[in-house]
Structures are given as structure tokens and as C-alpha cells.
Design a protein around this ligand. Sequence first.
Ligand code: SAM
Ligand code: DTB
Ligand code: SF4
Length: 333
Amino acid sequence: MKLEYNFEDNQKKVAALYPTPLMDLIYEAHTLHRKFHKAGEVQASSLLSVKTGGCPENCSYCPQSAHYQTGVKKEALMSTEQILEKAQAAKSKGATRFCMGAAWRQVRDGAEFDNLLESVKAVHNLDLEVCCTLGMLNQDQANRLKEAGVYAYNHNIDTSRKHYSKVISTRDYDERLKTISFARKSGMTVCTGGILGMGESDQDRIDFLAQLCSFEKDPESITINTLVPFDGTPLEKSEQISVSIILRVIAMARILIPKAKVRLSAGRLNLSPAEQFMCFFAGGNSIFLGDKLLTSPNPEVEDDMKLLQEFDLSFEKPKLKQKIQKEGIPLGL
Ligand code: SAM
Ligand code: DTB
Ligand code: SF4
């Protein structure tokens, strides 16, 4: 199974671009952004942890790993009714995409997965774009998720191949790439990305970006998290990553994969409104809306509304199907 395409060439290309002065890099990124996206428009996704804590993996950043004492309680998989209630609330606040996350190493066939597939169908029927992040999958599981109505599968490569083994030892990089390839083959769109601020070097960030553009087909969505350090995890004492690095990586992602949504994910609470605005200027065009990510806090919805208003930004409109249901078939269709 071929997992990488032209990685070495991409690595050279990315290494040549990476040192570009930030002013020029962001100018180039913003110019491309305008070609493929509406400037100033931000997609709002909502995130829900449908199965929290007790994960057997040892990801050094993660509060949900059973290997660390972080105070996150292990909870059972949420029921379809519970999930639907949250999805409805997210939709009423303006979210167009609903992402369900599970603290699983991998999906296992059986009653839990069957229940989750029912939840996916129900959220899909609300006409929200359904995204799932459930750990590793095989091809059959990916196909079943697609059939149930999952639009996007999120599975992060997190960092460079070299740095990955320093952060996680219970699985390897190629297992990540394999799941991404199964998701792609099933017809789901792919959302992948990583975390900045885990002690990686510039070369690691170059390799990470090169990996993001070495899939058979470019991901439709790139998620850029900055580390939220949790007490009890091996990365608890990590230093906050600088805004210039966040901007550089976002701008590079926009240039390398111009059509993708670039999501400013975990870590927004550490960025001022002006810094977030710069991230949107540099190529970011999606956020998680709602005061909680999976287990950690995220800006209050009212604060995000203020941010949008203050900086003349707007949320991406619901898809046409949603508009038709609400307003009837528009003239000319
Ligand atoms: N268990 C599944 C998996 O690992 O693919 C899905 C859930 S997992 C929490 C989803 C992603 O959240 C991880 O791949 C990682 O990139 C991100 N994440 C987890 N903890 C984080 C933290 N403390 N700071 C920033 N991002 C984090
Ligand atoms: C992603 O890249 N970031 C989101 C989403 N995909 C699932 C998760 C962020 C989690 C931050 C830590 C927490 O809240 O537990
Ligand atoms: Fe488990 Fe995902 Fe957290 Fe890793 S990142 S410990 S796989 S929940």
C-alpha cells in the first residue's frame, strides 16, 4: 500500500519556502486565499466528545490517555438522543459542521460502533456536515461510516515522522497514514493536521507540512492545533509556541494546499483577537465554535461573535440544501 507520494520533492519545496520573510509569506498566502475562498469568511464547526477518557494510547499531549493522571474522567459512549440534543444546539448557534470525537485507539466492530453509526445518521438528517474522529479504522469501517453519512474523517499526523515517535510509542506514523488512506478510499473527505508546540524543530515543521501535501489527494481540511498543556501529561511543562510560528505554518498550509479549509483549532484561548485575525488573514478559515473542545475550554460563543463583528468577519453560510429547506427553492434553480 503506497502511503506517501513525492515526499522528498515536497520536502525540498517546503524547505525552500519555509524561511520566506513572514510579510512576504503571508502576502502570498492571502493572495491565494482570495483566489479559492471568500476572504473574511470563517466556517464554524462544533466539537463533541462522544466517548471521553480512558484511552489506551500514550499520546504525550493528551489528557484522555489512560497512561496519565490528568483528572479527566472515563465516560461511556453517549446515546443517540444525547448526541442529537448537542447537535441541535450547535446548529442553532450557527455551526454548519458537527464533529464527534472518541477517545479510542481504534474503532471496534460491535454494538458500540453500531450505536455510533445510528447517531451519525441522526446528525446527518439534521443537515449538518458530519465529521468523526474515532482513532484508527479499517477499510470496512471507513465504508460503513461513509454510508451512514459521515462527510469528513479527522485523523491527525500531529507532527513530523521523526518527532512522532518521541511523542507517541503505542502506534506508528504509517498506521496514521493507513487510516487516512482508508478514509479517502471510502469517499469521505479527509481532515488532518497536527499540533504546534510539542518541542519540535523547524525541520520537523517542514517535514510535517511536506507530509500534508504528500497524500495521493490533498486533504480537504487541515487542522492546526497549538498544544494545550495538561497537568499530568509528559508535555505539561511545554512552552507556549510563538505567534510568528503559528502564522508561518498557517500561511504555508494555505500556499501548499490552497483549496483546503485551514482550521485554527485547539489553543485559541491563548491568542488575542488581533492574533486570531492575523491567522485568518494568513489563510485560516475555520474554527471550533463552543466553549468546550473535547475536554478543554475554548472561547465563549459570545466572545467569538464579538471577534467576528469587530474584525468584519462572517460565518460561512449553511449549504444550499439547508437554505432550500428553510427558504424554499430559489429562483433560477
Ligand atoms: N482518539 C482519536 C485520535 O487520536 O485520532 C480522536 C481524538 S484525539 C483527542 C484528536 C486530536 O486532538 C489528536 O490527534 C490531537 O491532534 C488533538 N489533541 C489532543 N490533545 C491535545 C492537546 N492537549 N492540545 C492540542 N491538541 C490536542
Ligand atoms: C483536532 O485537530 N483538534 C480537535 C479535533 N481535531 C478533534 C481536538 C482538540 C482537542 C484538544 C484537547 C481536548 O479538548 O481534549
Ligand atoms: Fe487516545 Fe486520541 Fe488522546 Fe491519543 S489523542 S490518547 S488516541 S484520545
